[in-house]
Design a protein around this ligand. Structure first.
Ligand SMILES: NC(=O)c1ccc[n+]([C@@H]2O[C@H](COP(=O)([O-])OP(=O)(O)OC[C@H]3O[C@@H](n4cnc5c(N)ncnc54)[C@H](OP(=O)(O)O)[C@@H]3O)[C@@H](O)[C@H]2O)c1
Length: 390
């Protein structure tokens, strides 16, 4: 049996099955790909983690049969067998097995974080096998490391697109939207309001990075600043709120998406929480001690895996972006979207769909570079509002 797909040429140049030129048009030539029997177009790695499970559910709901993967055979079997899905237990430090896992895949959706520890071996395997790479990181250092592999990815005919979840799809699309409204912008500020409970994996990743302080983009360069460095009052659609700078992934990605050289990302928090965050500046040395990190992670791991379905259902994300220039002109927009983990499952699967449909521009990508600033509007429950162009 073979399955026939049509891929637009501006997408992937790779071919791990038989691929023949079928036609050419002004909108781009079309390829016909004949997939071999047993080929697995989508592998979800880290599928049994909290967010991995949400993504698997979303993939099943659109009728897909992904291959599930991760390092623990017991958890994989328990997840995959009731669903009748194929699974493969592969450790990330086993390069040969990882390449074997990806050999017949079109795209891997990597959900096993912290990505500062897990991204490199997966990206290596993708480049070796010609598999497109998606992940749900929000870590600035991971974005930059993958951006530095742009030329390698182009040579391999592979798309490297990290950050296909809440961080950074909605904020990246909003950043690109205000940037196109004010092309002369030199400064970009982004903000969002947290939508409640964090997953264990998100909390673990935050602990991993907690000793690094704050991060902004200044004159094009990622620049360390103190934790909770600046505050602003921002109206995210719920009235004016205090917001504080955080080292969010957009300080890396929004520069690639917009070219704006000065970027700050704010999180809306009550003033008492901002004061508490500032106090952590005095204990950053403590957070660098591995035993302290391990104790904090162990405490997190004893908690709930993440928000319950009811909490996710009630939750909502609100985001805000402002592009500005020294003359005082500004473009401002806001976005409302589903709760963060629900949104992550929706955007990750929507992007995987684009890849499987053949839309996978090779090299390092951000969501808005690959699919445009309006991509986020294709997600159920998302609405954007333009506030000012002054
Ligand atoms: N971009 C976003 O908006 C967004 C949204 C949600 C989550 N995230 C990020 O995604 C990651 C996962 O979050 P989560 O809530 O799903 O966490 P989780 O429930 O703790 O799941 C983590 C998963 O990663 C696996 N894993 C961890 N280290 C691994 C390694 N070295 N090798 C192989 N597998 C490994 C775990 O497997 P074991 O059980 O075998 O350890 C588990 O399957 C976190 O980094 C989080 O920050 C980002």
């Amino acid at each position: 049996m073979s399955i026939i797909d049509r891929d637009h040429v501006q997408s992937s140049q790779r071919s791990h099955a038989t691929r023949t030129r079928a036609s050419s048009a002004s909108s781009g030539a079309v390829f016909v790909t004949i997939r071999r029997e047993g080929e697995t177009p989508l592998v979800i790695y880290g599928s049994y983690g909290y967010t991995g499970q949400l993504i698997v559910e979303q993939a099943l709901s659109v009728g897909w049969r992904p291959v599930l993967a991760g390092r623990d055979a017991v958890q994989l079997r328990a997840q995959a067998e009731p669903l009748g899905l194929r699974w493969e237990a592969v450790a990330l430090d086993d390069a040969d097995a990882l390449e074997e896992l990806l050999r017949h895949a079109r795209v891997v959706l990597h959900c096993a974080g912290p990505f500062s520890r897990t991204s490199r071996p997966m990206a290596d395997a993708c480049l070796a096998t010609g598999t497109h790479y998606l992940d749900i990181t929000g870590e600035a250092a991971v974005f930059e490391t993958l951006a530095a592999r742009d030329a390698d990815a182009k040579r391999a005919g592979v798309m490297l697109l990290p950050g296909v979840g809440f961080d950074v799809v909605p904020s990246d699309c909003l950043a690109a939207h205000v940037a196109r409204r004010l092309p002369s912008a030199t400064h970009l500020a982004l903000a969002f309001a947290g939508s409640g409970r964090l997953s264990r994996g998100t909390a673990t990743t935050m602990i991993e990075n907690a000793d690094r302080g704050g991060l902004v983009r200044r004159d094009g360069v990622l620049t360390g600043v103190p934790t909770a460095w600046k505050t602003r009052t921002i109206d995210l659609g719920r009235g004016p709120m205090t917001a504080v700078t955080i080292p969010w992934g957009d300080v890396a990605t929004a520069f690639h998406s917009t070219g704006i050289p000065n970027i700050e990302v704010y999180l809306a928090l009550p003033p008492a929480r901002i004061r508490a965050l500032r106090l952590t500046r005095h204990i950053s040395w403590l957070l660098r001690i591995p035993a302290v990190k391990r104790a904090l992670v162990a405490r997190v791991r004893r908690g709930q895996p993440g928000p319950s379905p009811a909490q996710r259902h009630r939750g909502e994300s609100v985001l805000w972006a402002e592009a500005s220039e020294p003359g005082g002109r500004r473009a401002v927009a806001r976005l409302r979207a589903p709760e963060g983990y629900t949104l992550t499952a929706l955007t990750a699967v929507a992007i995987a769909r684009r890849v499987l449909e053949g839309q996978a521009p090779v090299g390092f990508q951000t969501p808005s570079l690959a699919y445009g600033p309006d991509f986020i509007l294709s997600i159920r429950g998302v609405a954007r509002e333009d506030l000012a162009n002054t």
